[in-house]
Design a protein around this ligand. Structure first.
Ligand SMILES: [Mn+2]
Length: 192
């Protein structure tokens, strides 16, 4: 699988990380993991269109993930969008028309079955239907970008892997090996 350019090379941008509407744990955690890394060298925000699932909401509160729930946010202030955990514009709800007409740079990270209509150029797309979670893809991208997992990022990635694998029902050896890395790096947070 080809990965987009290293995350560490993205600097000085105004970035919106957009989840699908009704963001679940995998979506908010994948967005947060990217956010924690990108926010160091960019101005970044997480946007959740329309509503957020209850488990995602309470996890975001616990891990202090900053996100904005939006019904009508303008995307004009951003030059880069990351579309997280969806590849069908319909899933972006109220933000769909603005994403469609967006003139800046787009990235996409997703593990759902791909729709025929591509919304992001393939060199900026990290999509794999065989991945159990978007968090799995973010894990790969962070590793390839030589970004080490801090405690919060590791906790987020672990949470996404657990929930989107339906508590390991669809897990494989890669899932467990990633879980192992995440748990090692997140231990202080999980044991609290
Ligand atoms: Mn997912």
């Amino acid at each position: 699988m080809l990965l987009p350019k290293p995350l560490s090379s993205i600097k000085g941008k105004k970035i919106a990380l957009i989840t699908h509407s009704g963001a679940d744990v995998d979506a908010i955690c994948a967005a947060a993991s990217l956010y924690f890394s990108l926010a160091k060298k960019n101005k970044a925000s997480i946007l959740v269109p329309e509503h957020i699932s209850l488990p995602a909401k309470s996890l975001a509160k616990k891990l202090k993930i900053p996100y904005t729930l939006t019904q009508k946010q303008s995307l004009k202030q951003f030059d880069t969008l990351f579309l997280v955990d969806f590849n069908d514009l319909k899933m972006a709800g109220v933000l769909a028309p603005q994403i469609k007409s967006f003139k800046g740079t787009l990235f996409l990270i997703d593990h759902h079955r791909t729709t025929k209509k591509k919304i992001v150029p393939s060199q900026n797309t990290l999509a794999d239907q065989n991945a159990v979670a978007s968090c799995e893809l973010v894990f790969d991208w962070l590793k390839k970008s030589h970004i080490s997992l801090d405690r919060r990022t590791a906790t987020c990635l672990a949470a996404g892997l657990v929930t989107d694998s339906a508590y390991f029902l669809t897990a494989n050896s890669k899932t467990f090996s990633m879980m192992s890395s995440c748990l090692k790096s997140s231990e202080p947070l999980f044991s609290r």
